[in-house]
Design a protein around this ligand. Structure first.
Ligand SMILES: Nc1ncnc2c1ncn2[C@@H]1O[C@H](COP(=O)(O)OP(=O)(O)OP(=O)(O)O)[C@@H](O)[C@H]1O
Length: 259
């Protein structure tokens, strides 16, 4: 059974189809990338998959179960976790505290125990700290644990966000532009981290503008243009596809015409 299966997803805003009839699949260990020119519908598709938007048509199946439009925290408890294009890091907290926050996202119902300072709450806090330290080691931030998150480089912040998403022990991880704003060295570190997470058996779906990163790490690439899937396949195959080249050139011409 496919881990994550998207079938015929579509949504319109004010009568304009932002995404139309898009299907794709991701299996454990795979890295599937969604690419396309600006406004192609990548973020909208991501928001439908991760329960932020309710699609007008189609469905999202997680391990064969229909989870279409399910709230993000419910999806998280079923194994779907995501990061955001704009970092969702608490800048004034330490790196460790940020990672610990990831563990608390899965503990709905534990609030009363925490308020009452019950032993179960102290045990949970110790377990969350140990888990958070292990995750920081996994993303190469163990030595930055006590630093304020706001003092980290952009690439480290991106890795911290991935660490926090991993605290939910996802079966599928959605990454929204994981290398946006990173320099070449930071991008390579992110690239390596994503490959390692996939190799551990997590299914990865990502939206990314950095074409070099996409071509290096993807097992499969899905290309959107004006809300529709215009091509998919192995990276080398897709980059040669005339429809893909035309879509990117078309968007460049439009940008020049605007400018
Ligand atoms: N909440 C919304 N309300 C109205 N229109 C929207 C909304 N979200 C997206 N759109 C429109 O849907 C289309 C797809 O936008 P989307 O942001 O998904 O594209 P994208 O491929 O992620 O673009 P980019 O690469 O620039 O981030 C665009 O025409 C956009 O203006």
């Amino acid at each position: 059974m496919t881990l994550l299966s998207i079938e015929g997803l579509g949504i319109a805003f004010g009568g304009i189809k932002a995404v139309h009839d898009v299907s794709l699949k991701v299996d454990p260990g795979e890295i599937v990338s969604i690419i396309g020119p600006n406004g192609a519908g990548k973020t909208t598709l991501f928001n439908m998959i991760s329960g932020i938007y309710q699609p007008d048509s189609g469905c999202v199946l997680l391990e064969g179960e229909d989870v279409t439009g399910m709230a993000p925290f419910r999806l998280a408890s079923r194994g779907m976790s995501r990061t955001f294009q704009n970092l969702q890091i608490f800048q004034n907290m330490t790196v460790l505290e940020n990672a610990i926050a990831g563990f608390h996202l899965q503990e709905r119902g534990a609030v009363l125990a925490d308020l009452l300072h019950l032993p179960s709450s102290r045990r949970r806090a110790r377990a969350a700290e140990a888990g958070a330290r292990a995750l920081l080691a996994r993303v190469g931030l163990e030595r930055a644990a006590d630093r304020e998150a706001g003092s980290l480089s952009y690439g480290s912040l991106k890795r911290l966000e991935i660490a926090r998403a991993l605290a939910l022990r996802p079966k599928v991880l959605l990454l929204d532009e994981p290398a946006a704003g990173c320099n070449a060295v930071e991008t390579e570190e992110i690239d390596q981290l994503i490959a390692e997470v996939a190799a551990s058996g997590v299914a990865i779906l990502l939206v990314e503008h950095d074409m070099k990163l996409v071509m290096r790490i993807s097992s499969h690439v899905v290309v959107l243009d004006q809300g529709e899937k215009i091509a998919e396949g192995a990276p080398a195959e897709v980059s040669r596809d005339p429809a893909v080249i035309a879509a990117y050139l078309g968007s460049e011409e439009a940008a020049h015409a605007d400018g």
